[in-house]
Design a protein around this ligand. Structure first.
Ligand SMILES: [Fe+2]
Length: 305
């Protein structure tokens, strides 16, 4: 925890036209819009109202099986959770249900894809994030930050994640502990509002490990600049959040958000999965884009004796 906790208690009646964190791309219009929502959604009543809708708390568990390089040791189970958006447009029971599903999966590694709050990083939202992350017992928890975190108060959010046992990766690479030391997680900064440096992150790696790239947005693929990846995990799109039966109608800003709006895909020999996330932004509604978590079962291709 940082010695000086950043200021996070922004009064609900004030207008804030600038980002409180280090994120770019926060226009005065965005600030005005969020300032209006801060007043209109005071008390988080939209999330509570949405809680009464049948099925609103149901979380889809998307399971996939992938191959690791040949070797020994048991399979690696990874749980990936994104876009919690603690705040007025996300019912807390949805977040509780999502993390209950994570605990039920009993992962070896928990990966977190960013956007932990909507609007402000208020103390009770940070306490909820800390509580949810710490409720997962696995020893390795790694996180990246999203655009809403960089607009809210990224140091305070990073502190809450750290208190929950998660290490925040900002253009950093880390090898997993044995028996998966040939697997690396590369955590990238948000490509839309931060500074995404995949070459710098990959340069920290020795050898040629199996690479899991963790980035808030699918647009991180545009910043790989030739870097090889085996698995790429992102959120940000919410699957359109308020989608039509035939797919997303409106998607967040990002060049690749429509091409990789949700679910698995492949690109340049790598496997991609975009989560719809758990929470919502701007309106407390999801249609045809239910909340999800992702569970990956990575097994050795050829088990060595
Ligand atoms: Fe999001």
């Amino acid at each position: 925890m940082l010695r000086n906790e950043p200021s996070i208690d922004f009064p609900w009646w004030k207008v804030r036209l600038r980002a409180a964190g280090r994120g770019g791309g926060y226009s005065p219009w965005r600030g005005l819009f969020e300032s209006v929502l801060r007043v209109v959604y005071r008390g988080d009543w939209p999330a509570r109202l949405w809680s009464f809708v049948p099925g609103a708390h149901e979380v889809v568990v998307a399971r996939y099986c992938l191959d690791l390089p040949a070797g020994t040791g048991r399979p690696l189970r990874v749980a990936f959770v994104s876009d919690l958006h603690a705040g007025p447009t996300t019912p807390e029971p949805v977040l509780r249900a999502g993390f209950e599903a994570v605990r039920a999966a009993n992962p070896d590694v928990l990966l977190l894809g960013g956007d932990y709050v909507f609007l402000d990083a208020e103390p009770q939202r940070l306490a909820l994030i800390e509580d949810l992350v710490s409720s997962v017992a696995c020893p390795t928890k790694l996180a990246v930050l999203g655009n809403h975190d960089l607009w809210a108060c990224d140091p305070a959010i990073a502190n809450a994640l750290a208190r929950g046992g998660a290490r925040v990766l900002v253009n950093e690479s880390i090898r997993l502990p044995e028996p998966w030391s040939d697997v690396a997680v590369i955590g990238l900064d948000d490509p839309g509002t931060g500074i995404c440096d995949s070459a710098g992150a990959a340069a920290q790696l020795d050898g040629q490990p199996f690479r899991i790239v963790l980035c808030h947005s699918p647009d991180g693929l545009l910043h790989l600049s030739g870097e090889r990846f085996d698995v790429f995990l992102a959120g940000h799109t919410h699957g359109g959040q308020v989608a039509a039966p035939w797919g997303p109608v409106v998607l967040p800003h990002g060049a690749l958000c429509r091409q990789f709006s949700a679910g698995p895909a492949t690109l340049n020999g790598g496997w991609i999965c975009v989560s719809r996330g758990l929470g919502g932004v701007e309106v407390p509604v999801r249609t045809f884009a239910p909340p999800d978590i992702v569970v990956l079962e990575l097994s050795r291709k050829n088990q060595l004796e």
